[in-house]
Design a protein around this ligand. Sequence first.
Ligand SMILES: *Cc1c(COP(=O)(O)O)cnc(C)c1O
Length: 456
Amino acid sequence: MRYISTRGQTPPESFQDAVLTGLAPDGGLLVPETIPDVRDRLDAWRELSFQDLALEIVSLFCDDIPRPDLARLIERAYASFDHPEVTPTVQVGDQHILELWHGPTLAFKDVALQLLGHLFEYILEARGQSLNILGATSGDTGSAAIAGVRGRGNIHIFIMFPRGRTSRVQELQMTTVGDANVHALSIDGSFDDCQALLKATFGDLEIKQGMRLGAVNSVNWARVMAQIVYYFHAGLRQRAPVSFAVPTGNFGDIFAGWLAARMGLPVERLILATNENDILSVFFNTGVYRRGQVRHTISPSMDIQVASNFERFLYYLCGEDAQRLSQHMADFAERGELRFEAGGAGGIDPLFQARAVDAATTLATIRGTWCSHGYLLDPHTAVGVAAAAELAPGAPVICLATAHPAKFPEAVQEAVGEDLAHHPAVDALAGKPVRSVELPADVDAVKAFVREHGIR
Ligand SMILES: *Cc1c(COP(=O)(O)O)cnc(C)c1O
């Protein structure tokens, strides 16, 4: 399988190059040249374990790593999960909850980043190269990325986070990791400052090439690919077309669901759920994609305005026409808005239904689910469950649970009135020694630190 850019100005790349590149050199996102059709294999896949299914699906997108090696990488990646099914589905009332939080940092990002860490190490070893990963995080991505590469010989990771503005648990998950290749950079600034520092550092070709800087944000194709697996794993066990409710921020997770449907998984609806940052739900209901101000909510991992993965979906909406897509992206860059005229009567894409869910409804959903079923939802998952209840009342929907409630104990306490959200992995963080480096929001300070402490 070769990878091409949504902007059409990059020669096709191999899977391994796509994993290391992240963003395409022409500013677009990498997509596979074709989307495989697996309808003739669904019955054979139905009873496969998560790992065996992952091997089948990843093999379709990756033809430059031998299958036995790939099997070993997948086995190791998911050995860090604390459930034998990796991503189990449990029934809660009418809904099915797909628990994606059994990995080391208790958020769904582990599913992709545990595999990506092993892919990085394998590819770098084969090429005799090293990599310095630089990232900016408002919380979950940083800790999951660190957990994915900690302790690896040929990688150092530098994660910038806004001092005092991530949740307590998220900060501890980044600063209690003792491995020498992990650098948690506590930046005196906001998340936007961290992102600006990231962009400015990557914009300096001398350090980007000289220090072999790599990225782990959700535009990396391998992250989307790894997320396709759990849609098949959960969907095929239901033996009938299913709907999925997906709490959404950067459009990475739900885009993987769209790909699964396009590959042939019988999907009735994809329910896209946002918090008050509703740029995506507005788009699916009106065709207008308009940048607004970021609002801080009780589901902070979805406090995003511009969804970095949306460009991939828009590329397919444009009929894989890179020129048309580029025009839309240019419009958006210039005016902060783009309009998509849907052809048919079904809106933008009849597979999608979209809702924005406010804080009061989110809290009421956590409370209601706890009182009726004794099951605690985290505030992100609750956004998806609330949208499913509104859009498909009574119908069984698979709701993606993207974090364990113990990651967001304050919101849970506010909802149920008690300190109920605990997990041994979070409780164990309390006594651990912390280690981070305080830096000003200054690009020269960040560059100097990476030069001094990075691997060469
Ligand atoms: C990142 C994250 C999301 C949003 O996922 P996207 O792929 O960005 O749409 C939802 N919930 C949690 C807990 C997350 O960490």
